[in-house]
Design a protein around this ligand. Structure first.
Ligand code: ADP
Ligand code: MG
Length: 623
């Protein structure tokens, strides 16, 4: 099914009014900015033609004057000489306290705790991870504004699928510091899937294998009706291209019989050479490693199979994580419809081959693996800014928790199920409970539980002016409409008279991801209990209805009954009333059934009387 399309009111697609909207991949190692130009997503280059910006910021001693910092390649080049003030991999600190940062002591700069937050100690003072990220984001923002010679309208920024609320909030704060309007944060694997246009393709399960510089992420996404749901994520936050460099360097040094400890600059030089060689080997037959250690210069030739042999354990570790995430998602590898390769390290032929053999299919590699996340974000940004042409489908969010209405007895009737894509509009018909009921109290709730008391109350409103009718005759259509921003409005309309009432509510926004997770957890744990509670409430409502209907009938037509028949019915009503105190739905249901059976004959007599009344005084041909 195609998703509903959004075009913002009054935002027609006059090329002169086009809004500059970009996608930003704020990576651990590299960051990129991309935009849709002439209908095609492309990464925007810096003045020197390079699209990649190393995610590195170097802070300079303020006493020396000058601009105060270097960003990107300049900072990267200075890292060897000034490691203590050169902040790389700052993404690992985002939204974390110091003790939450993996291997924090291995970082070449000093991380301290401040207000529950990991911050970096530099020669220019303490810098929060948001400030450091903001330098990178601002650089990309200026690059985009220079490319388009226009102000930036907004950006879609990508985050790892496993990022929690604090990490996402930190990313948003960084963007705000950089003066960027965040159109949306989207998950990196989802962005990669969008870049490949999978959202326009066939529904099913996709695996996104992302091997970057310092991290490995594997995500299983399920595409339904144009929306991706993250089924499971996994990986290894301390496994990436850097480890391949190290493994190669160690192998070369061992071949050369070097076992002396290297000093910092030798180590940096060997590492840089290893990286150069690794990258070159991805597209060539054999390479020569050149370095000097302790005044001795050496050369070592390395073939692709040497490289594969000395890094085999690393590739194997990624596959262990792949198998685990498939188990977590509860699927087999044969159920995976497509595999998307993301991250610079998936350029290594051995990685592509291993992944391809495991899944039994060629992984998708025709887009640049280090650009694919930014490209997907750009496509999404373009659509959110209202730039995409009519007919373009827009990938949207899903509703995190079900939305529903309170019905008789404090039960929830779910109208919009959880994970429905938005925008959406869904309706259900309800009716009145009492004869002559002229108003209806509507209570809108959110949650997965069956009882209103266990869900979150969103809004209450009333529908008044329903014409008096017998119970059950009114047709009240309740419509839930959720717009693209997740704004919910609920309307209730009595179909016969047309009376209508509505209310606007904002769902989900007040809930943190943890609260959502807790509510879902709750609903799984208590599903059984809920079913029993629901059955009990339903049994009581049915019993009440049965008793009320029988009393009404007796009031009207009791004269049809013999004394013993009347006594029998009264006894059945009495025992049903007593059963209402039971906590067993089955007991109440049995008593309700008994009353229904015991009044069958009475009901038949009443029907006959009704027909006779209707026919009285009419000629046969009039009937
Ligand atoms: P991140 O997402 O962590 O910012 P990237 O996706 O940019 O990282 O990947 C960076 C890694 O990709 C580095 O380890 C780099 O050496 C590696 N890489 C880049 N090009 C190649 C190549 N041609 N062959 C092998 N590895 C490569
Ligand atoms: Mg990345």
């Amino acid at each position: 099914m195609a998703l509903l399309q959004i075009s913002e009111p009054g935002q027609s697609l006059d090329p002169h009014q086009r809004r500059v909207a970009v996608g930003i991949d704020l990576g651990t190692t590299h960051s990129l900015v991309a935009a849709v130009r002439h209908g095609v997503a492309e990464c925007l280059p810096a003045g020197d033609g390079r699209v990649i910006l190393p995610s590195v910021v170097r802070y300079l001693d303020p006493a020396l004057g000058g601009s105060g910092r270097q960003i990107g390649f300049d900072a990267l080049a200075a890292q060897v000489q000034d490691p203590a003030n050169t902040v790389s991999s700052v993404k690992r600190l985002m939204g974390r306290s110091r003790d939450q940062v993996v291997d924090v002591d291995k970082l070449a700069y000093t991380v301290v705790e401040q207000d529950g937050m990991a911050v970096v100690e530099t020669v220019a003072g303490r810098k929060t991870p948001m400030e450091v990220s903001a330098e990178i984001l601002a650089t990309l923002r200026f690059r985009a504004e220079d490319s388009f010679d226009d102000e930036l309208y907004g950006a879609v920024i990508t985050v790892p699928a496993y990022f929690d609320d604090a990490q996402r909030q930190a990313t948003k704060d960084a963007a705000q510091l950089a003066g960027i309007n965040v159109l949306r944060l989207i998950n990196e694997p989802t962005a990669a899937a969008i870049a490949y246009g999978l959202d326009n393709g066939s529904e099913g399960v996709y695996a996104i294998y992302d091997l970057g510089g310092g991290t490995f992420d594997i995500s299983i996404l399920r595409l339904t009706r144009g929306v991706f749901e993250v089924m499971a994520t996994g990986g290894d936050s301390a496994l990436g291209g850097d480890d391949y460099d190290q493994a190669l360097a160690a192998w070369v040094l061992a071949q050369q019989g070097v076992n002396a400890l290297l000093n910092a600059s030798e180590r940096a030089a060997v590492h840089a050479e290893a990286r150069r060689l690794k990258e070159a080997l991805s597209s060539s037959g054999s390479e020569t490693f050149r370095a000097s250690v302790a005044g001795q210069t050496f050369e070592q030739s390395v073939t692709p199979s040497d490289f594969e042999a000395c890094t085999a354990a690393l590739t194997a570790r990624t596959m262990t994580a792949v198998r685990k995430v498939l188990r977590d998602a509860g699927i087999t590898k044969d159920e995976v419809k497509g595999v998307v390769m993301v991250g610079g390290s998936t350029r290594m032929p051995v990685v592509r081959r291993t992944v391809g053999e495991f899944f039994g299919q060629e992984p998708l590699t025709n887009l640049n693996p280090d650009e694919v996340v930014a490209l997907g974000a750009a496509i999404q940004a373009n659509a959110l800014a209202g730039n995409s042409k009519d007919g373009d489908l827009l990938l949207l969010d899903v509703i995190p928790l079900s939305l529903g209405i309170e019905t008789m007895g404090g039960l929830v009737e779910r109208i919009v199920p959880r994970n429905s894509s938005i925008p959406t509009a869904l309706a259900q018909d309800f009716t009145t409970y009492q004869d002559g009921q002229t108003a209806l109290a509507l209570h809108v709730v959110q949650g997965e539980r069956d009882l209103v008391a266990d869900c979150r109350s969103l809004a209450r409103f009333e529908l008044r002016g329903i014409p008096p009718m017998v119970a059950g005759a009114a047709r009240i259509r309740v419509t839930f409409t959720v717009d693209a921003d997740g704004l919910l409005s609920v309307s209730a309309k009595e179909q016969g008279s047309g009376v209508e009432a509505r209310v606007d509510v904002k769902p989900a926004y007040g809930l943190s991801d943890e609260q959502i997770a807790a509510m879902l957890q709750d609903s799984f744990a208590t599903a059984q209990q809920d079913m029993q509670a629901r059955a009990l409430v339903e049994a009581r409502v049915d019993a009440d209805r049965m008793i009320a209907a029988t009393r009404t009938a007796l009031a009207a037509d009791a004269d049809l009954l013999e004394a013993d028949e009347r006594l029998n019915i009264d006894t059945l009503i009495e025992s049903l009333s007593q059963s209402l105190g039971s906590t067993e739905a089955a007991t109440i249901e049995a008593a309700t059934t008994a009353l229904a059976k015991g009044t069958e004959a009475f009901a038949a007599m009443r029907m006959n009387r009704g027909i006779q009344k209707a026919l009285a005084g009419k000629k046969l041909e009039e009937v």
